[in-house]
Design a protein around this ligand. Structure first.
Ligand code: WT7
Length: 637
């Protein structure tokens, strides 16, 4: 038996060394012993970071849903697979056993086939956090359709861009969604978006809020009647390990969102292996990740990773503040949650409220706490440790990306001693490197640099959908023969990593990667705006908030600036969604630029953070005089 469950630090180091000495053997042992394959692979790994090309388990045949559902039926058929907690505490929770999940996924998959979806077709899923979302994802995977889940907080324009980029044939949505005290009219947003999408043939609609919707004849169908008519048995499509499983969009520093493409075999092995070890999942545990399935965290650690391990995964429809700030802890007590995985931004928001919201509940079931999305600050770490974990639950600070498919650097609970703000050690099979600006690797400890990965791991994205060249230039051109993460990191005396943040133009707000470019594009579409630049600045709850520097077309423009700021934010909401709204808008006469015309965001970041004491040498700028003007007009609170 390969060592699937790491139990202590010594064992970690042993396994880690083995994984680096012989990665192929390491991963093939895990893949062979813990998963069901219809046919074994021909080669464990083929790779060339120059092209770049990476293939894991090529020639191997499998279906990920057979691994996530069917193979648990004999031993765990009645075990709860998905435990769904609705938005309102007054609505009962729903338990879906592995047996029932098998039937519901089968029915849904048959509906997809009947509606013309076949292997390789792209299906866009735009749903709230209801069981149908997880089931739709699995139903696509069952028949080899490529799912592209779009977070149901994105606007119609953002949705349309994503649908068109991957030529989706179908959209699966709901009439509406509940979020705290609000409802969101999802079907109306889809209707609006689809005015810009010619390729969509069918829209399947789940009934959730019961609100009135317009059903477009010949295109839109209610899902339930179709499910009622469908057979529950659906033989899985046999997939090659390297066939695409899904596309998930993430923002970059320039251009349109990047459709990261993940494949069946490697992603399955990686998400499952990391889930088991990072959460130290045991058979009767109840595991809860608070992310939305619209993000990679939900793909890997609500759906695929937990189900591949036969776990009980809790899925929550609502928000942490509704009906009050005790909602998370009420759910932990009610379902006796053992592992709890959330984002630093949620912890900070809850830490601002009265402690009574936490103390009211019995959280003694908790064994492991996790965080993801951005660096966790020391204060939030301690609040989480003291008040939620009661000083007895290890906190695993997990560093990874949409591109990596699964967790890369994180402490293994009960094995790796933790230090607040440190993501600590790489998982087995992960080979990090710190690089200097000249492109040389920085060896030894007590150093910092740009974080790269030297060797492929099974969960890595294989390409950007439709744009392999962009995949190459974004991740493989900065440093020779390395995957470049875009993050900076330091390595301490014992080899622990601490992620220091992005070194490129991406801003992480509330744990979500918001590229600067699409937001600036949205601002620039306002008729009064000539040019704009946005940067992140430290924010007590969101980690970073967005600060926009905006140049107006007409100097001395006499319009009301407050209204203009509102209109700009409205513009952003329409193009991207409310999560990308600016906290501060400053109207400026110009933007600091290099002689080649590149905006010097470094300077803007300093000014926005309120620390303009050391802006460095600005004499090389094309227009050093604008810096003073910007400093004078900076918005303080
Ligand atoms: C970026 C990836 C991975 C799912 C959520 C975000 C930042 C993520 C951490 C962490 C410090 C972190 C990085 C990374 N990040 N986790 N534990 N410590 N930074 O996925 O939207 O693809 O964003 O989030 O900057 O590059 P994503």
């Amino acid at each position: 038996m390969s060592n699937y469950h790491i139990k202590n630090l010594e064992e970690y180091y042993q396994i880690y060394r083995k994984s680096v000495r012989d990665p192929e053997n390491f991963w093939s042992e895990i893949a062979e012993e813990h998963f069901t394959w219809r046919k074994k692979w021909d080669r464990v790994l083929e790779w060339d970071f120059k092209k770049p090309e990476v293939k894991w388990f090529a020639g191997g045949k499998l279906n990920i849903t057979e691994n996530c559902i069917d193979r648990h039926l004999l031993t765990k058929g009645d075990k709860t697979a998905i435990l769904w907690e609705p938005n309102s505490p007054d609505e009962p929770a729903v338990k879906i056993s592995y047996k029932e999940l098998h039937e519901r996924v089968g029915r849904f998959a048959n509906v997809l086939r009947e509606q013309g979806i076949a292997k390789g077709d792209r299906v866009c899923i735009y749903l709230p956090m209801i069981p149908e979302l997880a089931i739709a994802v699995l139903a696509c995977a069952r028949i080899g359709a490529i799912h592209s889940v779009v977070f149901a907080g994105f606007s119609s324009t953002a949705l349309a861009t994503r649908i068109n980029d991957s030529d989706c044939k179908m959209v699966i949505t709901a009439d509406g969604g509940f979020r705290g005290a609000k409802t969101i009219g999802l079907k109306a947003i889809v209707d609006e978006g689809l005015t810009q999408c010619d390729g969509v043939e069918k829209v399947l609609v789940v009934k959730r809020t019961g609100e009135d919707v317009h059903m477009h004849k010949g295109r839109d169908l209610w899902l339930q009647p179709l499910l009622d008519e469908a057979y529950s048995r659906c033989d899985p499509e046999v997939m090659d390990a390297e066939d695409p499983l899904f596309i998930l969009y993430t923002s970059g520093s320039t251009g349109k969102p990047k459709g990261m493409m993940h494949t069946c075999g490697g992603y399955m092995v990686y998400s499952a292996y990391t889930f088991k070890n990072i959460f130290q999942y045991k058979d009767d545990d109840v595991y809860w990740c608070t992310a939305d399935i619209g993000w990679i965290t939900g793909h890997s650690y609500i759906v695929y990773g937990p189900l591949a391990n036969g776990a009980t995964t809790l899925m929550f429809e609502g928000v942490p503040s509704h009906p009050d700030y005790g909602r998370f802890w009420e759910i932990v007590e009610k379902h006796k949650v053992n592992q709890f995985y959330t984002a630093p931004t949620a912890i900070r928001a809850l830490a601002k409220e009265k402690l009574d919201y936490v103390d009211r509940y019995d959280l003694s079931s908790l064994k492991v706490l996790g965080t993801v999305g951005e660096p966790i600050n020391e204060e939030a770490w301690h609040w989480y440790n003291d008040n939620v974990g009661n000083n007895k639950c290890p906190i695993t600070d997990t560093w990874w990306q949409t591109e990596t498919g699964g967790i890369m650097i994180a402490p293994i609970p009960y094995a790796t001693p933790t230090i607040p703000t440190y993501a600590t050690l790489p998982l087995p099979g992960v080979q990090p490197a710190l690089m200097d600006e000249k492109g040389e690797e920085i060896n030894g400890n007590l150093v910092s640099g740009r974080l790269c990965i030297k060797f492929p791991w099974p969960g890595m994205a294989r390409t950007i959908w439709g744009d392999h060249e962009r995949y190459r230039t974004t991740y493989f051109s900065g440093f020779e023969n390395m995957y470049f993460t875009g993050d900076g990191a330091l390595r301490d005396a014992v080899g622990y990593y601490r992620i220091t943040g992005r070194v490129d133009d991406v801003v992480i707000v509330s744990g979500h990667n918001l590229g600067t470019a699409p937001i600036e594009d949205a601002i620039n579409e306002h008729p009064a705006v000539a040019e704009s630049a946005i940067v992140g600045f430290p924010h007590p709850v969101k980690g970073n908030a967005l600060y926009g520097f905006v140049i107006l077309k007409e100097v001395g423009e006499s319009r009301d600036r407050t209204n203009l700021s509102k209109e700009i934010n409205q513009q952003i909401t329409e193009h991207i969604g409310p999560i990308a709204k600016l906290d501060k808008v400053q109207f400026v006469p110009g933007l600091p630029k290099t002689r080649s015309g590149k905006i010097m965001r470094r300077i803007l970041r300093k000014i926005a953070s309120g620390d303009d004491s050391s802006l460095g040498d600005i004499s090389t700028l094309l227009n050093p005089e604008v810096v003073e003007a910007i400093k004078e007009g900076v918005i303080k609170t």
